[in-house]
Each structure stands twice: as C-alpha cells, then as structure tokens.
Design a protein around this ligand. Structure first.
Ligand code: SIN
Length: 484
C-alpha cells in the first residue's frame, strides 16, 4: 500500500451488489518488478460470479429505465472520481502490473476518457423511422440495452481494458459483471470503489476476482441472464470462450491477439518513423495487442533506418516502473520472459541476429529491449505475437510484396505505415487486412476511434460512435392500420 494516499482505494475483495465479499480462501498478488508480495485477495469462484450476475439482472431494468441524462451524470461523476484519484490509481497499477508510473497515469486517463466519451454518447441513442411497405404501415426502429454483460479482461491494461467495456455498457443501460486478470485485480477493484462513491446503484457494476478462470468464465459465458459477453485477451482463449457463448447464442465482442506490421517506405520521414516505432513497439514493454510485431523496411533505407533504431533503443532505461527514469518495466511473469526468450532463440537459430542493447536489473521479470535483424516473415518471431520488447527488422523490395507479407497472418488488428506519398498511403491502407491502420503515427488508440480487429483478431468495436451499438439491441416496431 506504500505511497497510496487514499487507503480506501486499496481493495482486496470482490465487489458484488454494492458489497465487498469476504472469502474463505485468498490468493496473493505480487509486484513483477521485484517479486514482492502486495496483497492477499479474497478468492471468488462460480458461486460469487453467479451472485453477481443475478444481482446485475435485478438491477439492470431499473438502471435502463432511468433517463439517459441521469445515467450520463452518474458516469461523469465516475469519470471525475477517476481523474481526481489518478495518482493513486496509477500507483496501484504500476505496483501490480509493472509499467512505468507515467504510462500508468496515461492508462488511467485513457480509461477515464472512455467513461467521458460514453457519458456523452448515452444521450444520443437514436432510432429511425423507415417508409413502410404500404399505406397502412409505418416502420419504427428503437434501440434498447442488451441486458447483463459479462466481461473478462487482461493484465496488460488492468484499468483501461475493463473500463472501456463497462463505460458503453452502462451508458447503454446494461448492467456489468467484470472479471479482471488474477495477476492484476487491484486496479479494477479500486475503480469499483470509485463507482460506489460516484453513486452507481448496487448491482449495476460488479467485479469478481479469482484464480479459477474456467469456473468464472463458464458462468460469464453461459448463465442464462448473461446476454452479452465481451473479452480482451489471447485468440486461443477467445476461441474457447466464443464456443462457450455459442451454446446460449450470446452476443459477443472479442478483442484478441495481433501481429501488427509496421511498414516504412523509402519516401518516409525516417526520424518520425523511428519515433513512432519506439511508441508502437515499447509501450508497456511490448505487451500490447497493437504492438508493432514485424517491422518491414524498404531495402534502400534499411541500413540507415536500422542504425537510427539501434541508437534510439540504446537510450532506453529498463527498471522498476516506480523509478522516475524508467522507460520500460518488467514483463508480467517469468513465464512471459521465457516465452519471449524462446521466440528470439528460435529466430536466431533460423539466421536472425539479436542485439540486446541495454542492461536489465538482476531481480524481477525483465527482458532487455532487443533489435533483431536479418529476420524473414517466416521466422517464429514474425509468425507469433511477441508480447515483449523485441523489435524484428525485415527488409522488403516493393509495395505489392510488402502488402502480401503484411497480410500473411491469421491476425488483423492494427497496422502502421510510414510514407509521404498520398496515393500510396490510400492504396496500402485500403489493401491492409487490419481493423486499424495508423499512418505516420505510432499510437492509434483513443476514445473517439473504433478500436477492434478482423480475422482472428476478433470482432466488435470499442470507443467512437460505433462502440455503443455493441451494447444495444435493435428492435423494429411494425405499426399497422395507419390509413384508418
Ligand atoms: C490491447 O493491448 O489490447 C489494447 C491496447 C490499446 O488500447 O491501445
């Protein structure tokens, strides 16, 4: 709890129906920067999750009946509470997740921006009138909340991933049951305490924390009161959860894995491209679904670009996220470190050259930022989502071949391209099979934009005017007898 100003935000029990649940058993949360114990958290399982879903079901209809302006006001109070407590929320996040404090603060502000966005969108759920097929008929379309929403969110953004699902759901008039990752439950629980203080009615917003993910996941995907399930995480887990949802024909949103190409054409501003790449690659130590995973560089500028990249990477400081000079924190676990190390070894065995240009602390789950050169699109490091600070450089010869290589992946979440040729910008953006394309920019996530993927990266959109639709059902009213 070191350094937390408001100790009421250090919550270690599930939040169900406005109450903090005691537990018979507990699980420990550790700081990935040094392995230090942070908290014992009360275990919730299928029983507590069922209670949360049932409380949400009881609370939802009344919440949906409130005027949208009132829901909006409550969400805005929640947003304000997040920003008023940003220092504590960021510290909790860094302690349990490891990212540098400045990035953690950025994440809290990022999460809160979705609450503000959807508080504003709540009052703009428009329907339609459509010309009827005959003189006696009128066609009306209204939109209604889907009902109770279950969600499972990952450890890489313990605050923002959960908040950006909850915000549109609550704005639409749904009730919400969140299951954050067991590695990082404290951020979501702190946000639940702020929801309570902001006046969200009991049962409308619930957070269950526990290590038995299959048992909790089964309730959240199969309970009859769950009408929609929203997941952010790996494609492998997403496929299993989708299969579970299929049985009850639940609506789903799936934000799954990525394998982002980052394409640098010879006509690009190379310094701007390096700057964008540093953000797109090393944000959260490379543990984001939108991280640039394969860096394609046109052969004529490959060497010049690689030199600039090596110089930029050499300036990165790896360490505890609470240290002010840290750029890159630890990975989430030792297992994560081993997985990255295996991908790098496999690619080196296939002919790539690895350069780890900085030192890392001896304690904690660290992996050094590594530039891999001489990589081909067929190597292990290019076929898999790295989820670590490894930057593979792949040369290419022309536009058509790089588009083909970039699209040669089961994933389709984010892609990046750097070019100053406007025709090429449009041609390549349109040809890339990705849900999001950043042009001459290394960061594409914001509340105004529709975040989401295609192919094995999932479906559904978070943020923007489209984000609310994921939590609304369309209902058509057929009015007859209008000519009498
Ligand atoms: C993710 O890694 O899943 C989300 C990253 C983002 O919102 O930018």
């Amino acid at each position: 709890m070191k350094g937390i100003q408001d100790r009421g935000l250090w919550c270690t029990r599930s939040f169900v129906n406005g109450q903090w649940l005691e537990g018979q058993r507990h699980f420990a949360v550790h700081n990935p920067a040094n392995g230090a114990w942070l908290a014992d958290v009360a275990e919730a399982g299928a029983e507590e999750t069922t209670a949360a879903v049932e409380a949400a079901y009881r609370a939802q209809q009344e919440w949906a009946r409130l005027p949208a302006a009132q829901r909006s006001k409550t969400l805005m109070a929640w947003h304000d509470a997040m920003l008023a407590n940003i220092d504590d929320l960021a510290r909790i996040l860094t302690l349990e997740q490891g990212k540098p404090l400045a990035e953690a603060k950025g994440e809290v502000a990022y999460g809160a921006s979705y609450v503000k966005w959807f508080a504003e969108e709540a009052v703009r759920v428009y329907g339609d009138t459509i010309p009827g097929p005959g003189p006696d008929k009128r066609v009306l379309v209204i939109k209604q909340p889907v009902g109770v929403v279950g969600s499972i969110t990952p450890w890489n953004f313990p605050n923002a991933m959960m908040v950006r699902k909850a915000a549109p759901a609550l704005a639409a008039g749904c009730a919400f049951v969140a299951k954050p990752a067991a590695e990082t439950p404290l951020s979501a629980l702190a946000v639940a305490e702020l929801a309570r203080r902001a006046g969200l009615p009991d049962g409308v917003f619930n957070v269950v924390v526990g290590t038995d993910a299959p048992a909790i996941g089964q309730v959240l995907t199969q309970h009859p009161h769950i009408r929609k399930f929203s997941f952010t995480g790996s494609t492998a887990t997403g496929k299993r959860l989708l299969a579970q949802c299929a049985e009850g024909v639940k609506r789903t949103s799936m934000e799954l894995g990525g394998n982002a190409p980052f394409i640098v054409f010879a006509d690009a501003d190379l310094d701007a491209a390096v700057e964008g790449l540093m953000l797109a690659k090393f944000r959260n130590a490379g543990q984001t679904c939108v991280c640039s995973n394969r860096i394609f560089v046109e052969r004529s500028v490959y060497e010049a670009f690689a030199q600039k990249v090596r110089a930029a990477v050499a300036g990165l400081k790896v360490g505890d996220g609470l240290e002010p000079e840290t750029h890159i924190g630890p990975l989430i676990s030792e297992q994560a470190v081993s997985k990255v190390a295996e991908l790098v070894s496999a690619s080196v065995a296939e002919g790539a050259q690895a350069e780890a240009v900085t030192d890392v602390p001896s304690q904690g789950h660290y992996y050094p930022p590594t530039v891999l050169s001489g990589v081909s699109n067929r190597m292990a490091v290019a076929r898999n989502e790295i989820f670590g600070p490894v930057l593979p450089l792949i040369p290419f010869d022309d536009e058509a071949s790089v588009i083909a290589e970039a699209n040669d992946s089961e994933f389709g979440l984010a892609a990046y391209l750097y070019s100053r040729d406007i025709g090429r910008v449009f041609r390549v953006s349109e040809a890339l099979e990705y849900g999001m394309v950043a042009v001459n920019d290394g960061i594409l996530s914001n509340a105004a934009a529709p975040f989401g993927g295609m192919k094995a990266s999932g479906h559904g959109r978070e943020g923007s005017k489209y984000g609310l639709d994921d939590y609304l059902d369309i209902k058509y009213l057929c009015l007859g007898g209008m000519d009498r």
